[in-house]
Design a protein around this ligand. Structure first.
Ligand SMILES: Cc1cc2nc3c(=O)[nH]c(=O)nc-3n(C[C@H](O)[C@H](O)[C@H](O)COP(=O)(O)OP(=O)(O)OC[C@H]3O[C@@H](n4cnc5c(N)ncnc54)[C@H](O)[C@@H]3O)c2cc1C
Length: 465
């Protein structure tokens, strides 16, 4: 293995591998035969060829923030983790063409900073942006807070460079915005969660950097009111709305676990964080103030605080970001990432709360999310004092119940975090036969040995035959 990546690119001892075997949440720990850290595309190819020759499973790993055990081996313990962390250069920023090329192991924040240094915006924005990698974002088709304006990672990627499971390099960089020459192969790898190859480079779309941003923190009576507000805001904001986040007031305590000084600007049962942004001197504040005045007059919004400074805007966002970290501090909990049609968000939250209240009294629901995309993280904290093993057993039932509710509404069990190993069985069970046949055909065509990320996305039983 040292022949492929050099001595500093291999870890096989417990201490050297430790940080690669557990995920951000602390919920999942896995094992590996070795952790390999190639520092060039040629080294990635050498690693893949070596693993192929030895018949070893390969688990690509980015920042390990994925939350669904996609980048750690919680089942087989017989695979090799390939960390992209040493493949981390910005290759090119071409502001004239609004294009950036980067190695897959670049931290998302580094990509954003490089774009900003050229007066551009790379709009993918999520709580883990200081540790997740752009290759991981591509492999998981990450979403985040700006999806409603700029789309998912899938919409922001112009080209990919991928080491295929046989070690060959496929390069799909062209800088072209339009290219209809047959199948759009990059789309196969986006969201494939490391099951079809290792992404080594990404070519990204940039946008003009916003020079004006207005943020408001609002109080409303219900999720229904929040979705009604979203509809109106979408039309009133002249397409300048860049974020619309909903937070159930029960989540605020979680943010305080991270920073005791956090205080909510409003007292209402449901909070909304709305952001408008523009790259030219548009009168955003007037737009927002006029819109909110109407929404308050009609009774839809009960309280509204407009950020008077960027520091105050940051304090609003600290609530949204803190509540995610605060949950991790609480230890094991049910974590979901559900998507329904935007108009079904209130029904989803209502039915999920009722289900937990009736069937699992004592468990504490927390509902928040990128509601402008119909994406709700309906998480549930176990009652204080419940032993972790019992909490995990009950948590599996709760998760199943929540999936059934989303399914009955025609929704998805994974809006943006992916399938990984925690949802692979539910994913597979929910697929129609034709869909399964197509998924299997793709996997077999690209990875006939079944070496890429075994157990991720496709349950092991489906790929071991
Ligand atoms: C606090 C917090 C907030 C978050 N908020 C959001 C959010 O708003 N929206 C959202 O979408 N997600 C969110 N996430 C989840 C996570 O950050 C994203 O899924 C992110 O895209 C994962 O990137 P990563 O580099 O950490 O990938 P990893 O977790 O390392 O890997 C994820 C998957 O991609 C594969 N993979 C990684 N790198 C490569 C590569 N180079 N080639 C091929 N396969 C690869 C892995 O095998 C795995 O299956 C959040 C996570 C945290 C901890």
């Amino acid at each position: 293995m040292e022949g492929a990546v050099g001595q500093s690119g291999v870890a096989i001892d417990t201490a050297g591998m430790a940080k690669y075997l557990g995920d951000w949440s602390g919920d999942h720990r896995g094992g590996a035969l070795a952790v390999l850290k190639p520092a060039s595309v040629a080294e990635v190819q050498a690693v893949v060829r070596l693993c192929g020759a030895l018949g070893l499973g390969i688990i690509p790993q980015g920042g390990n923030t994925g939350l669904v055990a996609g980048a750690i081996d919680i089942e087989t313990r017989g695979a090799v983790i390939v960390s992209l962390e040493r493949l981390n250069a910005i290759r090119l920023v071409d502001a004239d063409n609004f294009v950036l090329q980067a190695d897959a192991g670049c931290i998302l924040q580094t990509v954003k900073d490089a774009a900003e240094a050229h007066d551009c915006l790379f709009p993918l924005a999520l709580g883990a942006q200081g540790s997740c990698q752009i290759g991981g974002n591509a492999a998981s088709n990450a979403g985040g807070i700006n999806v409603l304006r700029y789309g998912m990672a899938r919409d922001l990627i112009l080209g990919l460079e991928v080491v295929l499971p046989d070690g060959e390099l496929w390069s799909g960089f062209s800088g072209l915005r339009k290219d209809n020459r047959g199948y759009d192969l990059k789309q196969l790898f986006i969201g494939s969660e490391g099951t079809l190859g290792i992404i080594t480079g990404v070519e990204l779309k940039l946008f003009p950097k916003p020079i004006r941003v207005e943020t408001a923190y609002l109080g409303l009576a219900s999720f229904e009111a929040a979705i009604a507000l979203f509809r109106q805001a979408r039309r009133a904001s002249a397409d300048l709305m860049s974020a619309f986040e909903i937070i159930g007031s029960e989540c605020i305590e979680l943010a305080r676990l991270i920073d005791a000084d956090i205080s909510s600007p409003v007292e209402a049962p449901v909070h909304v964080l709305i952001e408008l942004s523009a790259s030219a001197a548009v009168e955003l504040r007037t737009l927002l103030v006029d819109f909110l005045a109407g929404a308050m007059e009609s009774g839809l919004v009960t309280e509204a605080v407009l950020a008077e400074s960027s520091a105050q805007a940051r304090s609003f966002w600290a609530i949204r970001e803190g509540l995610v970290e605060g949950q991790a501090k609480r230890g094991y909990h049910v974590r979901t990432d559900l998507a329904v049609r935007i108009s079904d968000v209130p029904a989803l939250v209502d039915q999920a709360r009722r289900f937990v209240g009736l069937d699992h009294p004592g468990w504490l629901p927390q509902a928040y999310g990128h509601a402008g995309d119909g994406n709700i993280h309906f998480n549930v904290l176990p009652p204080a004092g419940l032993a972790e093993s019992e909490a995990r057993a009950q948590g599996a039932d709760i998760t199943g119940g929540l999936y059934r509710i989303a399914d009955a509404l025609g929704g998805s069990i994974s809006a943006e975090h992916g399938i990984g190993r925690t949802r692979n069985r539910a994913f597979w069970a929910g697929l129609a036969p034709t869909h399964r046949r197509l998924v299997t055909a793709l996997k077999d065509a690209l990875d006939p040995q079944g070496l890429m990320n075994p157990g991720c996305l496709l349950p092991l039983t489906e790929t071991s035959s």
